[in-house]
Design a protein around this ligand. Sequence first.
Ligand code: HEM
Length: 512
Amino acid sequence: MAFLDTPWLSLLLISWACLGLALLMRKYTWRDNHLPLPPGPPGEFLLGHLRKIPKENTAATYAQWSKKYKSDVIHVKSLGQSIIVLNSLRAAKELLDKKGAIYSDRPRFTLFEEMGWKKTLTFLPYGECWQMHRKMLQTDLSNTNVRQWQPFQLQECRRTINNMLCNSDWENSLRRFTVAIVLKVSYGTDVFDENDPYIKIANDAMYAMGNGGAPANSIVEVFPLARYLPNWLLRDWPLKFARDWKWAIQTLHEVPFSCAYKDVVSCDNVKFTADRMLTRTEEQCQNWTLEDIKGAAGAVFIAGADTTWATCVIFILNMVLNPEVQRKAHEQLDLVVGRDRLPNFGDRPNLPYIEWIVQEVYRWSPLAPLGIPHKSVKNDVYNGMHIPKAMGRDERVYHDPASFQPERYRPIEEGGPGEPFPVAHFGFGRRICVGRFLADNSVWIMICTMLATLRFQKKTDADGNVMPTRVEFTNGGTCHPMHFECTIQPRTNQTLALVSAAPNEFGQRQVP
Ligand code: HEM
């Protein structure tokens, strides 16, 4: 067998820095080419680094090793599988951008297959099927094509602000926003309120993805045939969890699809992804099966909702922690947009400070959600362990990288430090996030409108004392801030009136 599989543990690292890219390499790639493997800590006989790679905060450990061994490219091994950890932008670009044809494969995720994921772009191996899916989604989600969704994003964003002011559960209001966007784009389906059954479908699927433990901890990733053994014979918790939650992944693929299918048959809607694929299947694209269509639409649903939501939550956390940043943003909004109207997409070029905040949210995020390992499809030599140029938290590029400072992007000619916008948060090479333009539009309009209309503050207790804000993150496939308390109020009476006047037609739906 030519290649090794990338262990799941590497995913945590990739997500963090990516900062994180774990690259699955053939066991002896370097040696085959008479080159040494990149440095790393000594491993144990047979087990390699299995017991040394921590299950939590893996990224921090990789970063320490990186410093200790003075290399941004680290090699570790777990149960015979080699993991190459890329901690620098340059290394990631060298391998994943410039040599995309080689490093665009994914390792096989047997556990996810067992959970019901099939033809989902994110997990597809590099090849014909991946190309077919990628081409379809890339066209639908191109920078130009996603502009058609801007009026919808604007409307849903304003509805969300309204919801956030009316309901105490602002996290769920944001959840509705992100689910509404991806459901509309993938299936043409509307999500009217926070109690919509589709929110539950999304939450269940996300729970299934985020709480089953690392696939690398499952025996099936090492011995795929073990998946055929019953639970009573094989005591493997991740495998049992995957089997127990298979229904959530099936529901995610089947329920929205069957609703969309009805619309297609009744020619109700011809815009959204599943519909266009169905139409193409019948007319030109005979290679597309129903499984392909369900998988492609499901990929948009699962890959797009949680990531965008987590990004918006990270923004709020930082506004609570940095009132000065909020104040400056309000100043610019008042100057450029004024208080008589709400911002729209046309304002983006005129709001540089808001742009810096958005970029800082992308950079500051302790991990890029949905970082997924790349795998090499053939032997190659990554020649050298170059000095890294930049990653989101690289102190050689970003001064005081842990702090949230939008001003870091102020150009040098304007008297600022001119630090570069982050680039790693959407991944690299041919597997770069296919939904990045849609996501960026959602994130920008949501952040900009929240700043124009709301004020975020630390919570105070009954005696008026300011309470500390919890700054902790989950440690799963998609990492996001743990619930934190804050106070959200309308910024001014004027903006409150504008938001209340925005379209806000709620309805209830029965999911079949
Ligand atoms: C702020 C929000 C988002 C972030 C931070 C994000 C980040 C990422 C990252 C880091 C990857 C892995 C790239 C790699 O392997 O190098 C990825 C892949 C992917 N993303 Fe996103 N994403 C976001 C939103 C979305 C949205 C809205 C969609 C769909 C409309 C989407 C669809 C996908 C898909 C389908 C893949 C797999 C691509 C492939 O394997 O070829 N993402 N994303």
